[in-house]
Design a protein around this ligand. Structure first.
Ligand code: PCA
Length: 328
């Protein structure tokens, strides 16, 4: 009885000391993210955050803020570069307007499967890490979205059917795709597309089944054509100053958690692909492969866009594409 009591007491004291030790050096890292809380990227980010908090014994507590609630998607990278937030997640190709290399994963029909996406990432990662490093950022992990297809509010069988349609874009490549197909691009964050479609600001987009499902686009749109055009990545970055001030031991924990997140995020993305296409069907949309004519015409446009990207990206871009093709 007595020893039990003592044991309980000493456990209590130990816990109090630990709490004190933890709070003396504890840091809170707010982590802005652009996509909805239910999305698999956000779920992966939340697990990553928990892994870091647990692994560092609470010394670094990462708190995720999905749906662009802390910073809007387009503001996240700058916020981290300037130290307004220590860590965050963004669509990598969203920065294609800053440096064309960021668009390596949005080249139509270059890498169209999950396996190819891994190879392309392997080929591009050193270049992307270098560009980010020069911008005061350290890359932690990157996870692909499911393959990109086309959403419309009508049946579409050819590029001619797309002419004049208002098209929601999310990076330079998607805006260029709109131009080359005679559509009218307007850049809108995923967090705002439900409203854009409901009000007629746009009535089409290229995206994954995932984003259409997350944003319930069946309330406004009718068709999803599986095109498997590319698989763009989201990535998690940390401010370099914050990173350099972090102890070697905690850097090791963060890197371990990042490796795990890249792996689990990849599998989540694969699983979410079929699940969300079924979700679009359940919402009443017509979901299926794009017709042969449409695919053939899109592939021609893909050739133009590949040539344009290679021209702008120079020797480094060519080296990425060559390295990727050599892995196939
Ligand atoms: N969803 C994101 C990017 C790619 C995707 O599948 C979006 O539409 O914004």
């Amino acid at each position: 009885m007595r020893s039990n009591h003592l044991t309980r007491l000493s456990v209590g004291v130990a816990a109090a000391i630990l709490t004190f030790a933890g709070s003396a050096s504890a840091e809170k890292w707010d982590m802005p993210m652009a996509y909805s809380a239910t999305n698999f990227h956000s779920a992966t980010g939340a697990e990553f955050a928990k892994c870091v908090t647990t692994g560092t014994g609470g010394a670094i507590e990462i708190v995720t803020h999905p749906s662009g609630s802390l910073f809007k998607g387009a503001e996240i990278k700058r916020a981290i570069q300037t130290g307004q937030a220590p860590i965050g997640e963004r669509l990598l190709s969203g920065h294609q307007n800053e440096n064309v290399l960021f668009g390596f994963d949005s080249i139509p029909f270059l890498a169209t499967s999950f396996d190819d996406s891994v190879k392309l990432w392997k080929a591009a990662k050193p270049s992307i890490e270098k560009v980010l490093d020069a911008q005061n950022l350290k890359l932690l992990y990157a996870v692909p979205w499911p393959p990109q297809g086309l959403y419309f509010k009508k049946e579409v069988n050819s590029v001619a059917d797309m002419k004049g349609v208002k098209f929601r874009s999310y990076n330079t490549a998607t805006a260029r795709l709109a131009e080359l197909t005679g559509m009218l691009p307007v850049q809108i964050e995923a967090a705002e597309i439900s409203q854009a479609f409901a009000t007629g600001v746009a009535s089409s987009m290229v995206s994954s089944g995932s984003t259409g499902y997350d944003r319930k686009v069946w309330e406004s749109l009718t068709h999803f054509y599986e095109v498997d055009a590319w698989l763009p990545r989201n990535y998690v970055m940390v401010n370099k100053g914050v990173w350099n001030k972090t102890s070697k031991a905690n850097q090791g924990v963060i890197q371990g958690c990042a490796t795990l997140a890249e792996y689990t995020g990849f599998w989540r993305s694969k699983e979410y692909t079929g699940f969300t296409l079924n979700g679009l069907r359940a919402g009443g949309m017509t979901v299926g492969l794009a017709g042969d004519k449409l695919v053939a015409e899109l592939k021609e446009i893909g050739k133009t866009m590949t040539a344009e990207w290679l021209e702008k990206a120079g020797a480094e871009g060519k080296a990425i594409v060559d390295a990727f093709r050599a892995m196939k």
